[in-house]
Design a binder for this molecule. Structure first.
Ligand code: FAD
Ligand code: FES
Length: 272
């Protein structure tokens, strides 16, 4: 067992919205403070089917005197998350982390824009919390574009509303907020933001990030995106999560989402 695999105890695991769960895991005090954008690999202690752990972003973190706690916001899409959803308080889970490269904060870019699709809210919520607590950004305008298929798929809004005043909710079917894609809402507003003062942070389905890349192409906006590839080892050993990127000379190369990411510069990723 490597030193950053911990046995955690679930203190709460409830369905907060159709098919979407919020799990709180109590961990030993030796678990490091995670940075926004980092994730954990989670698996059930002693369970070998499914064998592989699943990557989930850290949605919130708190530290007590003798322990700490992480919250994971996840939707049930397959076998692994289905098993997680069935775990009751007191169950033990193996938590490997915090893993991956976090969002880099540029203190010169005081205007912050977040673009989240679906469960992409999870890492961006921790980032929002982090920036709100940073005195460098205490007066910074922050605007959140949050998109989902339908009202029932909008999660994490309560927490966000306590942190950020300017939230634009969009749903594909118009059941909550504006009807349409979150990237369309951002594109409509883009002239409000100065490219040199603004940092755009995004996480969501690949198609959403692809559209964002198209919108920002040719502009001076700096954008960092968190990618969600399928993962096996989570620590850079199997190359199962490789994505095509351009290196600083423009040549095509591959990077591992788990170890070199999950946060990348939007412009380095090859989206085709
Ligand atoms: C760095 C990172 C952070 C993540 N954070 C979160 C989070 O905070 N909340 C959350 O709900 N999910 C998150 N995910 C996605 C999550 O890991 C997958 O949904 C989960 O592993 C699916 O496991 P499963 O066994 O339930 O589904 P599987 O049975 O493995 O797959 C079911 C279906 O989901 C698809 N799928 C599986 N993994 C992914 C993926 N990574 N991206 C797109 N489609 C996938 C499969 O192609 C298949 O169609 C994150 C992924 C990464 C890489
Ligand atoms: S999941 Fe194995 S290298 Fe990324």
């Amino acid at each position: 067992m490597t030193k950053d695999i911990f046995i955690g105890e679930i203190s709460n695991n409830e369905e907060i919205q159709g098919n979407c769960f919020l799990m709180k895991v109590i961990l030993p005090a030796s678990f490091c403070d995670p940075q926004p954008g980092q994730f954990v690999m989670i698996r059930i202690s002693g369970l070998y089917e499914p064998l592989l752990a699943r990557p989930i972003s850290i949605y919130s973190f708190s530290r007590g005197k003798d322990s700490c706690a992480i919250e994971l916001l996840y939707s049930v899409v397959g076998k692994g998350t289905q098993i997680l959803a069935g775990l009751i308080s007191g169950s033990q889970v193996e938590i490997h982390g915090p893993l991956g490269r976090c969002f880099e904060i540029d203190e010169a870019r005081k205007n912050i824009v977040f673009v989240a699709g679906g469960m992409g809210i999870a890492p961006l919520s921790l980032l929002t919390e982090h920036l709100c607590g940073d005195k460098c950004f205490s007066q910074s305008p922050m605007t959140f574009y949050l998109g989902a298929k339908t009202a029932k798929a909008v999660v994490g809004l309560d927490k966000l509303q306590k942190l950020c005043y300017n939230i634009n909710v969009c749903t594909d079917d118009g059941t909550l907020g504006k009807k349409g894609l979150v990237t369309q809402a951002f594109q409509k507003d883009i002239k409000k933001y100065s490219p040199v003062n603004t940092a755009v942070y995004a996480c969501g389905p690949k198609e959403m990030l692809k559209s964002l890349a198209k919108i920002l192409r040719g502009s001076n906006f700096i954008s960092q995106v968190s990618l969600e590839e399928r993962m096996a080892c989570g620590i850079g050993a199997c190359l199962g999560c490789a994505v095509a990127v351009r290196d600083n000379k423009g040549a095509l190369t591959y990077k591992r989402v788990c170890a070199d990411g999950p946060v990348f510069n939007l412009r380095e990723v090859i989206w085709q």
